[in-house]
Design a protein around this ligand. Structure first.
Ligand SMILES: NC(=O)c1ccc[n+]([C@@H]2O[C@H](COP(=O)([O-])OP(=O)(O)OC[C@H]3O[C@@H](n4cnc5c(N)ncnc54)[C@H](O)[C@@H]3O)[C@@H](O)[C@H]2O)c1
Length: 442
């Protein structure tokens, strides 16, 4: 099939490359000309494992092309996919301006029957508004009759940064929300070759499934963080609790790692957007408010513990390991690590940070007083404390014996319990995790 993918971010590019791998002809469109120029040269503008190689392959097979000019490629399209960003507004609601701008652009230049797919995460009712925007613009362009033949299908995206390409090819489910059975079956055929259960629903259900999935996972994280705080007070180890409950198939082992809470471009914004959506529909979703509160408190209490133990951090040198919101990505949007680093800077600490992939993105958001070190060891040399904020595997490969000699004071605050198994106390470190039952919170 011929596909136009609008938006070449983490979702649009990965799924565009994925569909091209399945043999479809994909034209990727973005308003960011520098991104398109890099993609045209075969360069992925962000870090996602395997994507660079996959892009090269589909480029050489001629199945993918990049442009800023929607009009030049839309004429061929059977399907037009919207994968633009829907970031949060200050109120917590989703900002749909990019989506509606792109819808209008489609309406301007679409001159044949096509199925529109919304892949961006959007509040209930948005797909219908997108369709209304497209139809209205087509009508203004004297394409009234044709506008009635345009269909919309909600296909929310569930990929995870870090394993995005794998998630595209083998996924738990593909949700297809549609009014029109023929449009739904076209989208089903588009996904031929992907191993996943198909779930066909109404448009509204599909829109809500995406928010429900992220809100549920965020709830699991906040739940285990609450257990961690209790574990600290009663001398239990939250890792044992996570394992003990995770072995129960009804609960499952995932998203039960206690720490400084969830971050990233999806969970914080989607949980807030769902809470807002509920409020706008006259329903107070109390559980979600608590999930958000617990997540915020988790960062606060980690920071408080650090300051309590170190005393005044002003002028102290603190090493930060990890800036991405999770390993295997360079994405720092809503990263808890960035927030902790910012708070330390605000209190006058001298920060030396290291992240294997996210330094360039972090430089854009962190103060220019932050030192970006070339290695984890360099960041920690001369430090009064080390703060571990992202679970990058290379952090476990460091020689902790050498690290102990390089640091001025031996404090390690591990916001992810990532190094908890290494028995660092035996090497002379003062090691603090989250919920390991070794912290007197009184
Ligand atoms: N990142 C994830 O892990 C993930 C996972 C599932 C769902 N989602 C959802 O997918 C959507 C996209 O997320 P993302 O992380 O890929 O965003 P992103 O910010 O990485 O990419 C969005 C892209 O859209 C482009 N764009 C904006 N307006 C445009 C227009 N009018 N025409 C063409 N391009 C335009 C931007 O330049 C940018 O390159 C969001 O709704 C997000 O919530 C993201």
């Amino acid at each position: 099939m011929n596909l136009v993918m609008i938006g070449t971010g983490y979702v649009g590019l990965t799924t565009g490359v994925g569909f091209a791998t399945l043999g479809h002809k994909v034209a990727c469109v973005d308003i960011d000309a520098s991104k398109i120029a890099r993609l045209d040269l075969g360069e992925v503008p962000f870090y996602e494992p395997g994507l660079q190689e996959a892009l090269k392959q589909v480029q050489s097979s001629g199945n993918i092309m990049f442009t800023t000019d929607l009009e030049s490629v839309i004429g061929q399209a059977d399907i037009i996919v919207l994968a633009v960003g829907t970031p949060p507004k200050s109120t917590g609601e989703a900002d749909l301006s990019a989506l509606f701008a792109a819808s209008q652009q489609i309406g301007f230049c679409l001159d044949h029957e096509a199925v529109i797919v919304v892949k961006s995460t959007v509040p209930v009712g948005t797909n219908r508004k997108v369709l209304a925007h497209i139809r209205k613009t087509m009508q203004e362009k004297n394409r009234e009759e044709l506008s009635g033949l345009i269909n919309i299908v909600s296909v929310p995206e569930f990929l995870r940064e870090g394993t995005a390409l794998q998630d595209f090819l083998v996924s738990d489910r593909i949700v297809i929300g549609a009014d029109d059975a023929i449009a739904a079956s076209t989208i089903d055929r588009l996904h031929e070759g992907i191993k996943a259960v198909r779930l066909v629903t109404t448009i509204e259900s599909a829109e809500l499934i995406k928010y429900a999935a992220n809100a549920f996972l965020a709830t699991k994280i906040s739940f285990i963080n609450e257990m961690a705080n209790l574990a600290d007070r009663v001398g239990a180890d939250v890792r044992d609790i996570a394992q003990g409950i995770g072995l129960d198939h009804r609960i499952g082992p995932h998203f039960l790692n206690a720490g400084i809470g969830y971050g990233g471009s999806c969970f914080p914004k989607d949980v807030s957007a769902l809470e807002q959506l509920s409020g706008h529909n006259g329903y107070s979703f109390k559980l979600l408010s608590a999930v958000i509160e617990v997540n915020n408190r988790q960062r606060d209490s980690f920071f408080k513990r650090l300051v309590d133990e170190l005393g005044d951090v002003k002028g102290r040198r603190i090493a930060v390991w990890g800036l991405a919101f999770k390993p295997d990505t360079d994405d720092v949007r809503e990263s808890a690590a960035i927030e902790i680093a910012q708070r330390l800077c605000a209190q006058g600490a001298e920060i030396a940070a290291y992240d294997p992939k996210a330094m360039e993105n972090a430089k854009r958001v962190l103060s220019d007083t932050v030192i970006f070190a070339p290695t984890a060891m360099d960041a920690a040399s001369g430090a009064d404390a080390l703060v571990v904020l992202t679970q990058w595997p290379e952090f476990k490969e460091v020689s902790f014996k050498t690290l102990r000699d390089q640091m001025v004071e031996p404090h390690i605050f591990d916001g992810r319990n990532y190094l908890a198994d290494l028995h660092l106390e035996q090497l002379g470190f003062i090691y603090r995790g989250v919920g390991l039952g070794r912290y007197d919170a009184s």
